[in-house]
Design a binder for this molecule. Structure first.
Ligand SMILES: Nc1nc2c(ncn2[C@@H]2O[C@H](COP(=O)(O)OP(=O)(O)OP(=O)(O)O)[C@@H](O)[C@H]2O)c(=O)[nH]1
Ligand SMILES: [Mg+2]
Length: 317
């Protein structure tokens, strides 16, 4: 088995599309030994720049992703697109909708598109997206775009996984309040009011600017608000300029290095936490917990029980 993973990893590193797809499926399904594959490709990771694009459903994320990918392709850069949809029960390969919206890109061998969906456990989705991006990174893709629907915690997690994050809105108000509530305003490095062909775009731009200025004093990077008409390509080159400006800032101020270091740190801590948790909850402890809930919950506080379980397992319940 491990021999197989090694061969697959080598093919991934050579950029073989079939191997990339297989590696991604392995990761998504958490097939045995998939972490071994990640071990082998690890030393090849870190070259790709990762851009997150998030915003409410239908805001124009795929359309903008498509346009940015085209700019990158003109520069002959390899582009990976990871579309993360926590609202969709479907997974594996490319979702039909995205395939259509990504249009001609799907025929370009310099572009790799992968869609991912929840399968119930959204907590792991951001990590899976990171690992899928790692595969593309190791395979030599220069630029990876995460497209995430802004509906909950997931886009915040993906923002942590990205080097730069774009948050998109449409002119129709309301989103901004939602954005404030959900923490979207905190994660954006660049803000976009898309569908600027509709009324209210200037107003929305001003409102966003206002909200962003409220917290400006302590920040080194002040996010800009840009207007686009993504499906016509209007404003897209300005967005591209701003992505580069942010990237340069991140590199020059060593923010990129720190951000990536933090990401690694969190990943290691999470892995250890999960391992400890899995080790801890053996059959014996599960039974103890069950018995406690049945017989002792009135006489023993949860703190006492937790302490006993951790430090004096024998005979605690
Ligand atoms: N009027 C207008 N429509 C646009 C613009 N940009 C994109 N659209 C349209 O908006 C619709 C949704 O665009 P998508 O790019 O699929 O939006 P999305 O955010 O990826 O959508 P989900 O992935 O489903 O959340 C499509 O029909 C686009 O053609 C724009 O600037 N103006
Ligand atoms: Mg989309």
């Amino acid at each position: 088995m491990i021999k197989e993973e090694k061969k697959l990893a080598e093919q991934v590193i050579r950029g073989n599309r079939l191997a990339i797809a297989r590696a991604m499926t392995l990761i998504e399904n958490e097939k045995k030994d998939y972490t071994y594959l990640l071990d082998i490709i690890h030393s090849k990771i870190g070259r790709a720049y990762r851009l997150g694009i998030t915003g409410p459903p239908g805001v124009g994320k795929s359309t903008l992703t498509n346009k940015i990918a085209k700019i990158l392709r003109q520069q002959e850069l390899l582009v990976g697109i990871v579309a993360v949809d926590p609202t969709s029960p479907f997974t594996g390969g490319a979702l039909l909708g995205d395939r259509i919206r990504m249009g001609d890109l799907t025929l370009d061998k310099g572009v790799y598109i992968r869609s991912m969906a929840t399968r119930g456990k959204s907590g792991g989705l951001a990590r899976k997206a990171t690992e899928v991006a790692d595969v593309l990174d190791a395979a030599g893709y220069d630029f990876i775009i995460y497209e995430t629907v802004g509906v909950g915690q997931i886009e915040l997690d993906i923002a942590d996984a990205a080097d730069s994050t774009i948050v998109m809105f449409v002119p129709e108000g309301g989103d901004i309040i939602q954005g404030l509530k959900s923490g979207l305003m905190e994660i954006g490095d660049i803000f976009i009011v898309n569908k600027a062909d509709r009324p209210g775009a200037d107003r929305m731009e001003k409102d966003l600017d206002y909200v962003l200025h409220l917290r400006e004093a302590t920040r080194i990077w002040n996010p800009k608000v840009l207007k686009t008409i993504a499906y016509k390509g209007h404003g897209v080159s300005e967005v591209w300029q701003e992505i580069q400006t942010h990237k340069n800032y991140m590199i020059k101020e060593h923010v990129l290095e720190k951000k990536r270091e933090m990401r690694l740190r969190i990943r290691i801590k999470t892995l250890i936490q999960e391992n400890l948790d899995a080790q801890f909850w053996n059959k014996e402890r599960e039974t103890l917990l069950k018995n406690y809930l049945k017989n002792k919950k009135k006489i023993l506080s949860p703190y006492k029980l937790a302490n006993q379980m951790m430090y004096e397992l024998k005979g605690c319940v």
